[in-house]
Ligand binder design. Sequence first.
Ligand SMILES: *Cc1c(COP(=O)(O)O)cnc(C)c1O
Length: 428
Amino acid sequence: MSDTPLGFETLQIHAGSRPDPATGARQTPIYQTTAYVFRDADHAAALFNLQEVGYIYSRLTNPTVAVLQERLATLEGGVGAVCCSSGHAAQIMALFPLMQPGDNVIASTRLYGGTVTQLSQTIKRFGWSAKFVDFDDTDAIAAAADENTKAIFCESISNPGGYVTDIPAVAKVAETLNVPLIVDNTSATPWLCKPIEHGATLVVHSTTKYLTGNGTVTGGAVIDSGNFDWTASGKYPSLSEPETAYHGLKFHETFGPLAFTFHGIAIGLRDLGMTMAPQTAFQTLLGMETLSLRMERHVQNAVKIASWLENDPRVDHVTYAGLPTSPYAERVARLYPKGAGALFTVALKDGYDACVKVVDSLDLFSHVANLGDTRSLVIHSASTTHRQLSPEQQEAAGASPNVIRLSIGIEDADDLIRDLDQALAAAE
Ligand SMILES: *Cc1c(COP(=O)(O)O)cnc(C)c1O
């Protein structure tokens, strides 16, 4: 093989996977095992001391999951990845090595509804807190920071409001503050955006969505750029100082750019236990083999359907960053040249009642709390995923009562338009 770097379409199939050394199996086997036999007592001790990398117990590492970790790290341009049981688990796993009681994270107001709840409510139980800021106002991000700010958190393409983040601008603020930038890249996938190339420190995913792509398993991942100096500021003692939870190991000194990844496995998965199952990793690996093909079609369908809706008299407006009329069109062209994803909201002139009627009348679109499936999906966010939020939070997240969210699948776009047309007619 030459030294020419392999293309995305090659890596999405090959990265991390080799024929099985024991059997020659070409597809990655599901290593459905809890434990692994040690060669001898010295081997066991070396593994437990992290002097040798290998398999001990599947709460920590598993060969099927390891292939997915390597594939994700490769596609996102990181040095390592930790897979876990869901996207929400990945968010906790990303924050866990950074935060101590009393610490805070500065988060965008435009986030997945469940993430707003996790960050505004649930993490308080750990003594952590979040400050929510409009990320178009980079001065406000800097102004919100204090000495206990340990991370900045946003989504690349944000769910559901047709918003895309100017990641380089936010990364610049993070760099000035000397804190890591965490980007949830679920809706974009590395095919549409690679946050690490734009300055992100960590990337989190709900692999439940486009990466698996077929609505079968929940999973998550944290990908580490390896670019952050965890020692410089003295603000990340669990990574830079002797960690008492691992007999005084200094992760940054010992593992260098892989400190975060090793910490995530040796302490995060060991003690929080939010492990991805091998069967899940297998399903996600299968899905990822066709990621670029699916994303191309998702985007193509979304553009066609959003344009049709935008010109329909029953529709008030469509918030899709992929439309030329979007206020973010320039940002999309600059940072997301392959497209702005396939999620958007539609505001109906007849308000809440019409939304409910349309959702109930759609045939091909399934009414579910999911996104990023091959199938087209619909939900009325204000009464479901964003129900726990205040009206102001709903508005900021693009989930007002008069809007429905569409996750456009890879079916025939004309069939989807016909379905929307009949449902809008039924709502009149
Ligand atoms: C679904 C989703 C999550 C949560 O992921 P789960 O796998 O459902 O836990 C987080 N962020 C975004 C953008 C999502 O779409």
